[in-house]
Ligand binder design. Structure first.
Ligand code: PGA
Length: 250
């Protein structure tokens, strides 16, 4: 049985002191969740977060990883560095990285491969922009992003992979894809994965929805058959909201 996975993407928020505070209130809020619960914190908070979540059900994630094992890449962090800090998940190819930091399908693929090689599970983000949606290109875009991100990965690697479908126009905007729209696009992504790796692998792959998911709409989104979790930005910074989201089935 695959288990739903809900991950908080803290983005560039929280100092170390604030991290301790937020985790202290997150721990009881998520204690009864049936899904897997992950928080993806800024690099500088990983160590503090690791200590604060010890013995709880919260798992540790980062927000990016470089593809090279080491070297002259100023400002970057390698998969082994994250592994040493007991990071289990890493977001790869978030639309903000694609938009502001020149992330391409190729670099997303290279980062995902590096994570898997180090034993870290990549949460690979795909999603169309508003203009792509309006031009009717949603399916083509998410299929291309999925195919390219998975290029060269073996069937067994797919056990480590999570995909997050995040329509760019829904991120941080308060606009959510309807549960049906999200479900339909995730079905398209899953079909692409099935084409590459077969039915069993495609069906077992966990695909999250992300983009203005919150305490109010989580239940409906999570009730859709294709949606196996959520990647939560803004609402992951409030313990009460994140708690309500991970308890969507209560
Ligand atoms: P949001 O962000 O929930 O604030 O829309 C989601 C994300 O960017 O992962």
């Amino acid at each position: 049985m695959k288990r739903d996975i809900i991950a908080g993407n803290w983005k560039m928020n929280k100092t170390q002191a604030e991290t301790k505070e937020l985790i202290a209130s997150l721990v009881p809020a998520v204690a009864n969740a049936n899904c897997e619960v992950v928080i993806c914190v800024p690099f500088t908070n990983i160590e503090v977060a690791r200590k604060a979540i010890r013995g709880t059900k919260i798992k540790l994630g980062a927000q990016n990883v470089h593809w090279a094992p080491k070297g002259a890449y100023t400002g970057e962090i390698s998969a082994d560095m994250l592994k040493e800090l007991k990071v289990e998940y890493v977001i790869v190819g978030h639309s903000e990285r694609r938009q502001y930091f020149g992330e391409t399908d190729q670099s997303v693929n290279a980062r995902a491969k590096a994570a898997i090689l180090a034993g870290i599970k990549p949460i690979i983000c795909v999603g169309e922009t508003l203009s792509e949606r309006e031009e009717g290109k949603t399916a083509a875009v998410v299929v291309r992003q999925t195919n390219e991100a998975l290029e060269g990965l073996e069937k067994t690697d797919l056990k480590q992979v999570v995909i997050a479908y995040e329509p760019v126009w829904a991120i941080g905007t308060g606009k959510t894809a309807t549960a049906q729209e999200a479900n339909d696009t995730i079905a398209i992504i899953r079909k692409a994965v099935r084409r590459l790796y077969g039915k069993t692998v495609g069906n077992a792959l966990r695909i999250q929805y992300g983009g203005s998911m919150n305490a109010k709409n989580a239940k409906e989104l999570m009730s859709m058959p294709e949606i196996d979790g959520g990647l939560i930005g803004g609402a992951s910074l409030k313990a009460e909201d994140f708690g309500a989201i991970v308890n969507y089935d209560k």
